[in-house]
Design a protein around this ligand. Sequence first.
Ligand code: AMP
Length: 380
Amino acid sequence: MSKILGIIGGGQLGMMLTEAAQNMKEEISKVIVLDPTENCPAAKVGAEQIIADFKDEESIKKLSELSDIITYEIESGNSDVLKKLEANTEINPSPETLRIIQDKFLQKQFLQENGIAVAEFEKVENREELEKMIEKLGLPLLLKTRRDAYDGRGNYKINTKSDIDDALDLFTGKTLMVEKFVNFQKEVSVIAARNTKGEISTYPVVENLHENNILRMTIAPGRVSENVRKEAEDVAHKTMEVLHGAGVFGIEMFVTQDEKILINEIAPRVHNSGHHTLQSSTISQFELHLRAILGMELGDTSIKSPTIMYNILGPHTFKGEYNVLHREEENIFLKMYGKLESKPQRKIGHINIVDKKNVGIEGLLLQVEDLKNNLVIKPK
Ligand code: AMP
């Protein structure tokens, strides 16, 4: 029987989930999103919308009454409210999984308790504890807010003791943790899925390049040694075994100088570093997520054609309505998110550059350079 899917969040991830759902008419009859922005990206492609804050209890209740199954595209949902609704509506990933992941300290503690390697960390509640941790872990050290942080907002790198005041001032009123600075050689991620029956599947490991803490480019598959590839995919598999949620998870990792894998962060949702799957694989991460929460067989997650995903970010020069001009070629796939206004550094779309002519990753990287020079985002 066809189900009504409720999604908390209707941004670009909700939009691409909606589009995937529209291709699964037998399983999903309708999508309803909860999002505060009127005419959000998901609504623009045909989802119904409840306009309200993601954490608004009444609206989450309303969404659960209207839906057969609930999922989310953001991790800042209200796990306490979702927990109360769990008895009546199917919610995946489970609110308990969400609760653990939402708090970076609980997340790291959970991983450590399950034998999964992470950088050394500790919670800190005051200046004295922070100073103690500096003595213990050395400098530089990352001070992180435990909750509601994304795209690097919520991290402060303490290089010297004189940074302590600024770091603590910046995060006044927030719960905090510290983490040993990892001098990584690469950042990679694995998009992993677990369906409601416990079947687990992962896409191949990809390589992520950040600029100003924002993901700029994903190279799929990642240029890593066979050992690193295997280790990263094994770590992702193990993480899915211990995390009891169903759905797609984005697992971000560091590759250390001696080729060890440390998990940096788990997102309990489809992930920017999985956008390449729209063209590189037979099943996109969005379809995979829906298959997982509906208890369907997960299917083929291999990469058929190497692909580079390049994020289109709002330029620093203006805010407002915009046009994007780019070079069109048969292996270049532009996806805009329908956002009405560009803001500096805001993700407004992405481009997948697919290796159709066997030029290899190095050849694709040359094409990316060319594309960057020809990509113009200008006010309308
Ligand atoms: P986060 O928001 O915690 O995922 O961090 C955003 C970015 O900060 C990561 O992609 C890394 O580039 C960097 N970062 C986070 N934690 C660490 C760490 N312990 N050591 C070095 N870099 C880090």
